[in-house]
Design a protein. Structure first.
Length: 233
């Protein structure tokens, strides 16, 4: 399957607010149903260091971050390049380009379904930029493969709104294969002691990059330079 460059409906600027809100509610439900939110929570609970502040990159309306805040006693902050209008939330959503802009500091950053929106160079830039402000980055995304596309059509599409039905199928076609994702992680982290673990779930439902950045001397930030790959499926 060739990687698609098709634009998704939610990336367009003129969609009615109530349709956007419905789509984000459905996306939050999908993350719960597929176990994406649980996977992030489990990874945070396994962190060997204290996790006091968690940042969601590409957080949209903040639904997943709200779920995580309810499950874990941590401070939370969201980042989105164009945050939608939302009801009041118990955390801030910062408007920023996570590939290029300075980001809030956090112990751990994560992203759900953000990577496939980016060109290869921008995904490399995202991984490098996050390492300047966090010690760990959990990037969870789709896998470009026919099996998750068929599973979505059969088991998820009947229960979500038309925008999500259309966008999710485009998202899968825009995603990176597992070898492509591993290659980009190695490129982004080449140069020092940063490490990553790359895993792919059964049926190619999702892939996860779990990156630990090497600390930069005399700084509170972390800068990725080199990488040793722990495991790639």
């Amino acid at each position: 399957m060739t990687r698609s460059r098709e634009t998704e409906i939610l990336e367009q600027p003129d969609i009615a607010g109530h349709l956007v809100a419905r789509a984000y509610r459905d996306l939050t439900r999908i993350h719960r149903f597929l176990g994406d939110t649980a996977a992030i929570v489990a990874a945070l609970r396994r962190d060997p260091l204290p996790v006091r502040r968690v940042m969601d990159l590409g957080c949209g309306a903040g639904g997943v971050l709200l779920d995580i805040r309810r499950k874990l006693a941590v401070e939370t902050i969201g980042v989105d390049i164009k945050p939608p209008q939302t009801p009041p939330l118990p955390f801030s959503i910062v408007s920023a380009d996570a590939v290029r802009d300075p980001l809030p500091e956090a112990d751990v950053a994560f992203s759900l379904y953000l990577g496939h929106h980016l060109l290869e160079g921008d995904l490399v830039g995202l991984i490098r930029n996050v390492g300047r402000f966090c010690r760990r980055f959990i990037l969870l995304d789709l896998v470009r493969h026919a099996l998750p596309l068929a599973l979505f059509r059969g088991f998820v599409a009947p229960f979500v709104c038309p925008i999500v039905v259309a966008d999710a199928q485009v998202s899968i076609r825009r995603s990176y294969t597992a070898p492509e994702m591993a290659r980009l992680a190695r490129e982004a982290l080449a140069g020092s002691g940063a490490r990553f673990r790359h895993t792919v779930t059964p049926f190619y439902v999702r892939q996860v990059l779990d990156i630990g950045y090497a600390p930069r001397p005399h700084s509170g930030f972390h800068e990725p330079v080199d990488c040793q790959q722990d495991a790639v499926q």
